[in-house]
Design a binder for this molecule. Structure first.
Ligand code: SAH
Length: 463
């Protein structure tokens, strides 16, 4: 280990920044954020720093640095573009045994600044020891993207309960289990969703239950898994998948997405093909409630977005009736995913001012749509579950006034490496699709925007 990571308390401590440009300003701001009292020394000062000096945020000494400037300071940062000055600052600070950082020079520094992920009071710091600052920054953004913005608030909540937990739970094991449960489970998710009071109440009831040796009700997360490409998951979806005790998933959830579920989570498959549900809907609704009541964190993983042709509403009704807490995580719906990956904008100033999502398949197997509405000009029509009825759909649209030459596309297994797009018109598409061995899921897009694909297709061509 080349450096000792440590966190300095510089609240109300005098800190010196040598330099008057933007780099000096950034360092001064950072020191200020940590509560330091900052003095900036430089013969030239940027207008912005000057302004801040006037507002009293920093003390500014407009002069050339001299060695005795470092006296009285707890910390020194040199951020000038003059190597001679930087060397002088470093020497003076070392002589007085004051920790010094010279920006971009680990040789002259006695400490270095890491890349910071700030979720105060939680702070993570990453350093490459000067070997590759870009790599450290990349790792930082990786952590940034996986640690929820409200992590700090979770830490504050935990702090408020700390003493009580220590008093009410006897053993270390009990306490650890309690914290693991609350900080990764329902309490954490409530904090991340901005429900502070509910989070506090949940923590309270979990503490009481734990102290009495009871199990508490878990929670159901109705999560949209997106159209297939695992990169299209939301951060929230991924986090919940990695924390789940049980995952109940649909046929539409791609194997790549499923592979991201916590390895030892119980995985229950809940959907077969169209019309042939592996588990009937009613049973799924009750299964979710039962699992949650036994204390499990249940992720109900659905293709696309749970509230778009996903029966999300029905599943929640049952949870509501049984008083099981739940959260809903939106996903990228097939229309958005397929349109983007096929290079077909759903709206366009020249071609479509509105966009309609419809299902080509009803509960009883028939197609009963508002054809008048569907054939309106200047709109895009997106048809989910339309493969089987494709021929009939196109025929009805033409019968109700759409041009037989209206462009249409069928996107097969959109956003996945197997994506295929078949284009044509209302009159030609059904035949074209018939000659190809098309595999579900498929989405149909009808409208003039489909022409744009000729120029905007990018996904298949990039592979
Ligand atoms: N809740 C889902 C839709 C469920 S209905 C969502 O928001 O996307 C199932 C239909 O979605 C399929 O019949 C198909 O029309 C469409 N679909 C879902 N994923 C798809 C994909 N990767 N490619 C093409 N169509 C898809």
């Amino acid at each position: 280990m080349d450096y000792l990571p440590a966190f300095l308390d510089i609240a109300d401590q005098l800190c010196l920044v040598v330099g008057g440009g933007t780099v000096a300003q950034r360092k001064a701001e950072l020191l200020l954020q940590a509560g330091g009292k900052v003095t900036v020394v430089s013969p030239e000062i940027s207008p912005e720093l000057e302004e801040w000096g006037r507002s009293g945020r920093f003390a500014i000494r407009r002069k050339r640095f001299t060695a005795d400037d470092v006296c009285d300071f707890t910390l020194v940062v040199s951020a000038t573009n003059d190597t001679a000055v930087n060397t002088e600052v470093a020497a003076a600070a070392r002589q007085h045994r004051i920790p010094v950082n010279v920006v971009d020079s680990s040789e002259l520094s006695t400490f270095i600044f890491p890349s910071i992920i700030d979720r105060s009071p939680i702070i993570a710091a990453v350093s490459s020891g000067g070997a590759s600052p870009v790599l450290a920054r990349l790792l930082r953004s990786h952590i940034e993207s996986t640690v929820p913005a409200a992590y700090g608030r979770l830490a504050q909540l935990a702090e408020r309960f700390r003493t009580r937990v220590q008093h009410e739970l006897e053993t270390i094991t009990q306490r650890r289990r309690f914290w693991e449960k609350t900080l990764q489970g329902a309490v954490a998710e409530l904090v991340f969703a901005g429900h502070k009071q509910e989070a506090e109440a949940k923590m309270e009831s979990m503490l009481r239950a734990e102290a009495a040796g009871r199990t508490t009700t878990g929670e159901v997360y109705l999560v949209g898994a997106g159209p297939g490409d695992p990169d299209l998951l939301t951060f929230r979806a991924l986090r919940l998948m990695q924390r789940a005790d049980t995952v109940v998933y649909d046929r539409l959830v791609s194997p790549e997405v499923l592979a991201l579920v916590r390895r030892d989570a119980e995985k229950i498959y809940a959907g077969k093909a169209r019309n042939e549900h592996a588990i009937p809907q009613e049973k799924i609704n009750h299964l979710l409630a039962r699992l949650a009541r036994s204390g499990k964190r249940v992720v109900r993983l659905k293709g696309g977005d749970p509230f778009i042709f996903g029966r999300g509403g029905e599943e929640i009704e049952t949870l509501l009736e049984q008083g099981v807490p739940f959260q809903i995580v939106p996903g990228i719906t097939a229309a958005s995913g397929c349109a983007s990956y096929a290079g077909i904008p759903l709206t366009h100033r020249d071609y479509a001012q509105s966009c309609l999502f419809v299902t080509g398949h009803l509960k009883d197997g028939s197609i009963d749509l508002n054809w008048k509405q569907l054939t309106m000009p200047n709109q895009t029509l997106v048809i989910y579950m339309g493969l089987l009825g494709l021929e009939q759909l196109c025929r009805q649209l033409i019968l109700h006034g759409s041009s037989p030459d209206l462009p249409a596309a069928l996107i097969e297994q959109g956003t996945t490496p197997k994506q295929r797009v078949i284009t044509g018109t209302l009159s030609t598409l059904p035949k074209r699709v018939e000659t190809e061995a098309v595999r579900a899921p498929t989405l149909i897009i009808v409208g003039n925007v489909v022409q744009l694909r000729d120029r905007l297709a990018w996904f298949e061509t990039n592979r």
